[in-house]
Design a protein around this ligand. Structure first.
Ligand code: TYD
Length: 133
């Protein structure tokens, strides 16, 4: 599958860098929720789910981590290590995250509130649901 990223404009000057993210202008959906993952323990992987409707953009603010995305047909991976890059994770995409650096701070912008019923946590079920759409 094609990995889609967003390059945020860096408003840098001699003092350093600044990135502003505005709803709908910089992100292809209304942002209803922001969460971040940090202090991830060594050799820990996360994710292992897809969402039925939720869309997300993941931004690695510090450190690095690896994403493996799977649309049911094809897998692809990307290393996030730059706070000016957003990884778009659309609905019905299985994601797995690996290789978190000790200092990794991964921020995720989401199109909706947390809803456990939107999760697909079983890969077989994900593949079956994807066939119907
Ligand atoms: P989970 O989505 O399983 O983490 P990941 O897929 O990144 O490994 O979420 C871990 C826990 O946090 C789970 O108990 C649900 C809870 N949670 C919330 O309460 N709100 C949220 O916005 C998110 C993303 C998770």
């Amino acid at each position: 599958m094609k990995i889609e990223t967003i390059d945020f404009e860096i408003k840098g000057d001699e003092r350093g860098s600044l990135i502003a993210i505005e709803d709908k202008k910089d992100i292809p959906f209304d942002i209803k929720r922001v969460y971040y993952i940090y202090n991830t323990k060594k050799n820990t992987s996360r994710g292992f789910h897809a969402h039925k409707k939720l869309r997300q953009v993941a931004i690695c603010l510090k450190g690095s981590c690896k994403f493996v995305l799977d649309d049911g047909n094809e897998k692809n991976s990307i290393i996030l290590n730059d706070p000016s890059i957003g990884l778009v994770i659309n609905e019905m995409v299985w994601r797995e995250m690996y290789d978190f650096s000790k200092d990794c701070v991964l921020m995720v912008l989401a199109s909706d509130y947390y809803d456990e019923s939107d999760y697909i946590r079983d890969h077989e079920e994900f593949l079956k649901l994807g066939e119907k759409t």
